[in-house]
Design a protein around this ligand. Structure first.
Ligand SMILES: [Zn+2]
Length: 310
């Protein structure tokens, strides 16, 4: 069975090079390998080879203003233009007028309908998240996961090496939540994620630190964060078998690529597909194309009949 790993990076656009853009660096060898040898800077031409698609996606969704995570992620995970549904960009949490589409047309449900090995959301959530006395906002992803009836991974799953902390290493769990998790190097996190990938038709992992650093909400230098992310992708690319396990990387909106301010941008976002699924994204131009491309790739390569789109 062919499997797909979707790594979502929050807040990473493709913008002009220059000192304001930490992605304009020769240091990130794995990021460049993912992009066919290029830096993640504009101009960023589209190219589709049998095992590697490189391109960008429009994240403005033909709506004025700065793209936001609620509508951007909703679009990415449903194929429906959630910014158009709301009439503006909205975030970081899902807008009420997108709840129906998130609940009925989410990527996880559409993959479930293909009758492959179950989809997985590989992020682990700390015990505090499951405390019924602590109310918290639901993200686009957790809403789509819940609508699909999938369980959220937790501390025991993390310790069993079947899930990843959102920061990859577990440092945040130790420092901010005082939880006794082992520190993992980025390469070890990649190995865990590859193992999860091999047990599921679709595996989804989301990484928020790129957006947080872009907003300067955490005290991490962009170059240090990208170096850690580069080590993660280096191990992932060296571990995955591209004929069987495809890696898709994209984002919901720009941010980190312009450190001259702390807001989102209207830049396009990268769409990088390494492995067997690449040809299914040859025509992708917008965040609306991510979910349909994944569903069609998994359906076509695993011999399932077309399913009607919700
Ligand atoms: Zn943001």
């Amino acid at each position: 069975m062919k499997r797909l790993l979707f790594v979502f990076l929050d807040g990473v656009g493709i913008g002009p090079g220059g000192p304001q853009n930490p992605l304009d660096s020769a240091a990130h060898t794995a990021l460049r390998r993912l992009a066919g040898g290029r830096r993640w800077t504009a101009p960023f031409p589209t190219n589709t080879a049998p095992r590697h698609h490189i391109g960008t996606l429009d994240a403005t969704l033909a709506v004025d203003g700065l793209p936001q995570s609620g509508t951007g992620q909703g679009t990415m995970l449903t194929g429906h233009n959630c910014a158009a549904l709301v009439g503006r960009h909205f975030g970081p949490y899902p807008h009420s007028s997108t709840h129906d589409v998130l609940d009925q047309a989410g990527l996880f449900q559409r993959v479930q309908a293909l009758d492959l090995d179950s989809p997985a959301f590989a992020n682990a959530f700390p015990p505090q998240y499951f405390d019924p006395d602590r109310r918290h906002w639901e993200s686009v992803t957790t809403r789509c996961v819940r609508a699909a009836g999938l369980s959220l991974r937790d501390l025991p799953t993390l310790l069993a090496e079947e899930a990843l902390a959102a920061d990859l290493t577990g440092q945040t769990w130790r420092d901010q939540l005082n939880l006794p998790v082992p520190l993992r190097r980025e390469g070890e996190a990649a190995r865990v994620l590859a193992d999860v990938t091999r047990a599921h038709g679709l595996t989804f992992f989301e990484y928020f630190l790129t957006d947080k650093v872009g907003h300067k909400r955490i005290d991490t230098a962009p170059a240090a964060l990208l170096s850690a992310l580069d080590q993660f992708f280096d191990a992932l690319l060296n571990t995955l078998n591209p004929s069987q396990e495809a890696l898709l990387v994209t984002s919901d909106h720009g941010n980190l690529e312009d450190t001259s301010h702390t807001q989102h941008t209207r830049h396009p976002v990268p769409l990088l597909v390494y492995g067997w699924a690449a040809p299914y994204f040859a025509g992708a131009t917008s965040l609306t194309d991510v979910t349909p491309g994944i569903v069609e790739a998994l359906r076509a390569e695993n011999g399932r009949r077309p399913t009607p789109s919700p």
